[in-house]
Design a protein around this ligand. Structure first.
Ligand SMILES: Cc1ncc(COP(=O)(O)O)c(C=O)c1O
Length: 493
């Protein structure tokens, strides 16, 4: 007799498939194909979430199946071609296969004895990444997300400049610098690592969202004059909203002048390194001290896959080790340098390298390049279409595959004066369109204000590698916005 849990496991593919998780593009435009949105109070009526019912209750497999079908039904199908809401989208099926195998093998990436093949796979992924970004003699580690990879960078930068901080804690007066458009994980990192949020100094950005390097130089100088202790500059390659790329070479010059650690947050834009046409965006990455890159964003590696790289071997271990002797005994029978766990901040660490490695084996660098170039080309196609359609306006010519734009509804297109009320209406339209998209359930794109540019809400649409975008899928977005906006009425409240 077969174990029922194994039977259930076999069924999971069918459940996902029936739920439309792997739907092909023909089905993707139908209403509710991407999301069947319910408010929390409604969803609570549809699925029994609570675990505080009778302590003797156990559900049989039919009930478990029903629960799974419902969870799938009310989840966002990120693999739908109209899911442009986040910096990640659909996923690569080889990557998914890798993710499933990783989970089934259920091991931790800390000692070679527990993860022999995975340890060598992680090493191969790190070596390849270091080579791509020009840090050939460096080291790295996979982290549970880009925010933690950035915090690894801050931690190493502090240790490199103030090695005694590992034992004694932070010296007084630490300050670090990042652009005003950088990801909020820098702010969280400042707080988490005891540096203090007010000691993260924001640098102005230019009209395209890139760091103003003169402002950086001036603010570092000013901090030194105030007897503060600058130790790190974070440059961003692919900012979260605008997709802007800071000029790494110019920033590296400033870091050299003041002897500061340069961390490059390439969590979003790092994937451009795989395209011969676009890798110039990351020119100067070889001058970074550390880099964070999230192949789970643009490239469709299943969440999460975040790579932290550092220019020098040994420093990760020196900075993070605590030499727990129940795991990292030095008298083991194999080469203990392969026990990567003491370089990491977490103990149990999910193996996130395998799925990416498997994708690499399948697609090769040239296959990735094609997918990345397609994402860029389709975002440029989208911008071209915008320029040819009444009412749409691009805010910034995209540097990456994020497209930021407004839509001016028909009844306002003839308005001459763009006063406060006009912009209030445009801002409210974004909220309205978003709500209607979600309720129709066949399209998701984001919206955002941007205080650094004094902008109210605008649309941020993100094109990723999976599923590969097409001209039709791009046209669909524009048509839907136009259609929904027809019903928008602006009341002066
Ligand atoms: C530019 C940038 N850096 C870092 C991160 C943080 O990555 P994660 O979401 O994996 O923590 C993000 C997330 O969107 C990002 O856009």
């Amino acid at each position: 007799m077969e174990d029922s849990s194994l039977n259930f496991l076999r069924k999971t593919f069918e459940l996902l498939n029936d739920g439309g998780v792997f739907d092909t593009k023909e089905q993707c435009d139908a209403e509710k194909s991407l999301v069947d949105f319910r408010h929390p109070h409604e969803l609570k009526q549809l699925i029994l979430f609570s675990l505080t019912d009778n302590i003797d209750t156990q559900h049989d497999d039919d009930e478990i199946e029903k629960l799974c079908r419902d969870v799938i039904k009310f989840s966002v199908k990120t693999n739908n071609r109209n899911c442009h809401n986040q910096l990640f989208g659909g996923l690569d099926f080889y990557g998914l296969a890798g993710e499933w195998m990783t989970s089934a093998l259920n091991t931790g990436a800390y000692t070679f004895e527990m993860a022999p093949a995975f340890t060598l796979i992680e090493e191969a992924v790190i070596q390849k990444s270091l080579q791509l970004f020009g840090l050939d003699d460096g080291d790295g580690i996979l982290c549970p997300g880009g925010s933690s990879a950035i915090m690894y960078g801050i931690n190493l930068a502090r240790y490199a400049k103030f090695p005694s901080s590992k034992l004694e804690g932070n010296p007084q007066g630490l300050v670090m610098f990042t652009s005003e458009d950088a990801h909020y994980s820098m702010i969280k990192g400042a707080s988490f690592l005891g540096i203090g949020m007010q000691n993260l100094i924001a640098i102005k950005t230019n009209e395209f969202g890139q760091m103003n390097v003169d402002d950086l130089d001036m603010k570092i100088n000013d901090a030194i004059k105030r007897n503060l202790k600058p130790f790190l500059v974070n440059a961003t390659c692919g900012t979260t909203v605008l997709g802007a790329f800071d000029d790494l070479n110019k920033i590296a010059d400033v870091c050299k002048k003041y002897n500061l650690w340069l961390h490059v947050d390439a969590c979003l834009g790092g994937s451009a390194i795989l395209s011969r046409k676009r890798r110039h965006l990351l020119s100067g990455s070889d001058r970074a001290n550390s880099i964070s890159w999230n192949p789970h964003k643009t490239m469709g590696v299943p969440l999460q896959c975040s790579i932290f790289m550092v220019y020098r071997k040994g420093i990760l271990h020196e900075c993070n080790s605590s030499s727990a002797n129940y795991l990292f005994q030095q008298d083991k029978f194999y080469e203990t340098a392969y026990d990567t766990g003491d370089k990491s901040l977490s103990c149990g660490r999910k193996v996130d390298a395998f799925k990416f490695w498997l994708m690499f084996k399948k697609h090769g660098e040239r296959g990735f390049e094609k997918l990345i170039d397609n994402a860029f080309d389709m975002s440029l196609y989208f911008v071209d279409q915008i320029k040819n359609r009444d009412g749409f306006e691009v805010i910034f010519q995209p540097q990456y595959t994020n497209i930021c734009f407004f839509y001016i509804p028909k009844f306002m297109q003839k308005k001459q004066e763009r006063d406060e009320k006009f912009w209030e209406c445009i801002s409210k339209l974004a909220v309205y369109v978003k709500e209607r998209m979600m309720k129709n359930g066949n399209l998701m794109i984001g919206y955002s204000p941007l205080s650094s540019k004094n902008l109210g809400n605008f649309f941020r649409m993100v094109v990723t590698c999976q599923p590969p975008a097409t001209r039709e899928s791009m046209d669909f977005v524009l048509e839907q916005i136009e259609k929904i906006a027809e019903d928008f009425e602006f009341y002066d409240k």
